[in-house]
Design a protein around this ligand. Structure first.
Ligand code: CA
Length: 234
């Protein structure tokens, strides 16, 4: 079974070689990735933990703070994004160390672009598969939902949700991109379809939007599908 890798995945490239940054940024853009780059360890780490990424490409030799320290710190801060480390030729010991510290894969420079793309896709598929229903953490935009703790946070800041709002949002996330009718939501999130009315769904969606949407008049996560219901994207 293969899980398709959705378009527009956000990649953070932490690399100090300008030529490589340029080449990778161009190529990744042509493959449909959104790429941002940081050229030293401290700024890379800052962006890695404060913004939402689908994947991080991390050089080992970096000014300010080395790649090993960056990945170690990323994991200490409980950020679970896949990290592929880029090592110089022949750093065999480094590779083992990188994996021990929490990197998911490594690639030795110079590498073929096709090889990097394949490794990236493998990591993204693995991450997508572990975000399937039943997983403990979901991510969308800047938000992280910890299902076990029943908590939602945005850039590390906790967002207060009622139990029903939490269940509704979780249901939306687990049915990303699907159009969900009010009846379906009422049935699956509330557990009954006759009482209360489908209006209840609209009220809770409005509350939820108030807590997660940057602009409730133009929702970017919970979209209204006119005449049908709602759809969660992100
Ligand atoms: Ca370097």
């Amino acid at each position: 079974m293969t899980t398709p890798v959705p378009a527009g995945q956000r990649v953070l490239l932490i690399e100090d070689e300008p030529g490589l940054v340029l080449t990778l940024t161009d190529r990744l853009a042509s493959e449909g990735y959104e790429t941002a780059s940081a050229t030293d360890g401290p700024s890379g780490l800052g962006r890695a933990v404060s913004e939402a990424w689908d994947l991080i490409l991390l050089d080992v030799m970096l000014p300010g703070l080395g790649g090993f320290d960056v990945v170690k710190e990323i994991r200490q801060q409980k950020v679970t994004v896949p990290v592929i480390m880029l090592t110089a030729r022949g750093q065999v010991v480094d590779k083992v160390l990188g994996l021990k510290l929490g990197a998911d894969d490594y690639l030795t420079k110079p590498f073929e672009m096709i090889e990097l793309l394949a490794r990236m896709e493998a990591q993204l598929r693995r991450a997508a598969a572990s975000a399937a229903p039943g997983a403990r953490r979901y991510q969308f935009g800047d938000f992280v939902m910890d299902v076990r703790k029943a908590e939602l946070s945005r850039r590390g800041e906790r967002i207060d949700l009622s139990a029903r709002e939490f269940l509704l949002l979780k249901y939306f996330i687990e049915h990303r991109e699907a159009t969900l009718t009010r009846e379906e939501l009422l049935n699956d999130v509330w557990g009954y379809h006759s009482m209360p009315s489908t209006r209840t769904v609209d009220v809770h969606v409005a509350w939820l939007r108030g807590k997660i949407e940057p602009n409730v008049k133009q929702p970017q996560y919970i979209l209204t599908v006119h005449g049908l219901g709602y759809k969660f994207v992100g």
